[in-house]
Design a protein around this ligand. Structure first.
Ligand SMILES: Nc1ncnc2c1ncn2[C@@H]1O[C@H](COP(=O)(O)OP(=O)(O)O)[C@@H](O)[C@H]1O
Ligand SMILES: [Mg+2]
Length: 365
């Protein structure tokens, strides 16, 4: 049996998700899974770097420190699993995005977490830097998970959407029987704005279970202002990040609405996430939306989404055999497999690249 290890940390910068898996046909067998949280000071340094507040020295150090932590997450998953490390063909490490700028004349997407350190520490071949080849081919470099969604979650009878609720939300549209093209893009914020506002106002990194948001009420005028941001109107391919949807964005929006209570703003941000996702879904034909990512653990967000998406049904990916928390890291384990086997990892129709490309840089053991 051949195993693959996926390492992922998204825009929320909450910690490193690590999974050790085997693939058989369209099923994923999980041998171990765990999340290694970032220490508070490292998280703060990463947030600063993502806001352009880091010197080259600082970025270099962060590249090493996160590489070491990604390696630790891998070692722990391996030891949890009890598997012989020789059975692990490769590690796929997304790294930590500190800046994603897909537009303009010099587009780039910058992930840190030095893969050489992961290879050296684990003795296992590591694949990193998945996004840059797609970008070099004219693509957004994101989202990359739709190829995995297509390979594992497509259906003969049901029109499906896979919805990832990380810091940013992305959707993958999978028409039944592969009829019609698979599409996918970032819809905008999932948790990023709620997290940023919650941290700023309460000192807590996120609004656990949406308790704070439900103390407030949706303000229709603020909501309308937020919904008019051009990003939500743009046609795909498109991708975004915390360079755009951050505390500064919230503060600009609320400046025109000075009398709102902080919890009203939180509630409105929650509604914004639900509505921007629902409005960017295909207009007809979606049977079920399968959600994954940390946002699935916020029952208030799930409730608002369920309402906004109706008549489409909202479910979680557990129904498809994969725990919502592990879909993204499993996708990077699979992308490593694609790279090692010399197969493409992007969907050009999703990223806008000039064609299918083998993604990633390989650091041999
Ligand atoms: N119990 C919870 N209540 C509300 N939000 C939660 C809860 N658990 C996780 N989250 C949200 O999920 C986020 C992490 O989700 P994750 O899928 O790891 O995102 P990313 O891919 O951006 O790292 C947290 O920042 C938080 O916003
Ligand atoms: Mg995360």
């Amino acid at each position: 049996m051949e195993a693959w290890l996926g390492l992922m940390s998204g825009t929320s910068m909450d910690g490193i998700d690590a999974v050790l898996v085997s693939f058989r046909d369209r099923t994923v067998q999980i041998h171990a899974s765990r999340c290694l949280s970032y220490p508070d000071d490292l998280r703060q340094r990463l947030i600063n770097a993502s806001q352009n507040q880091a010197s080259p020295d600082e970025i270099g150090e962060l590249n090493t420190l996160t590489g070491q932590l990604f390696a630790q997450a891998a070692l722990r998953a391996i030891s949890d699993s009890g598997l012989n490390p020789n059975t692990i063909r490769a590690i796929g490490s997304h790294g930590q995005t500190i800046r994603h700028q897909p537009a303009g004349s010099a587009p780039f997407s910058f992930q840190i977490g030095n893969p050489a350190i992961i290879t050296e520490t684990t003795g296992i071949t590591t694949v990193g830097d998945f996004r840059s080849r797609d970008m070099a081919a004219g693509g957004q470099g994101a989202p990359l998970v739709p190829a995995f969604h297509k390979a594992f979650f497509g259906s003969e009878s049901e029109n499906r959407c896979i919805l990832n609720l990380g810091g940013i939300a992305n959707i993958t549209w999978l028409p039944a029987r592969g009829q019609g093209p698979v599409t996918g893009f970032d819809t905008g914020p999932a948790n990023a704005l709620m997290d940023a506002w919650c941290l700023d106002q309460t000192g807590r990194p996120y609004d656990a279970d949406g308790h704070w948001a439900v103390e407030g009420r949706v303000d229709p005028e603020l909501l309308e202002d937020m919904l008019s941001d051009a990003y939500f109107q743009r046609t795909p391919p498109k991708s975004t990040g915390k360079e755009k949807f951050n505390l500064g964005w919230v503060k600009t929006m609320i400046a025109r609405h000075p009398d709102l209570k902080p919890e009203d703003i939180q509630r409105t941000l929650l509604e914004l996430t639900a509505l921007t996702i629902a409005r960017q879904m295909p207009e007809t034909g979606v049977d079920t939306v399968y959600a994954c990512g940390g946002g699935t653990r916020n029952p208030e967000l799930m409730r608002a989404l369920g309402q906004a998406l109706a008549p489409a049904r909202l479910a979680v990916t557990s129904e498809l055999g994969l725990d919502p928390q592990w879909v993204e890291p499993v996708a990077f384990a699979w992308l490593a497999k694609q790279a090692i086997e010399g197969k493409p990892g992007n969907l050009p129709e999703v990223t806008g690249a000039n064609g299918p490309r083998i993604l990633g840089a390989i650091y041999p053991a």
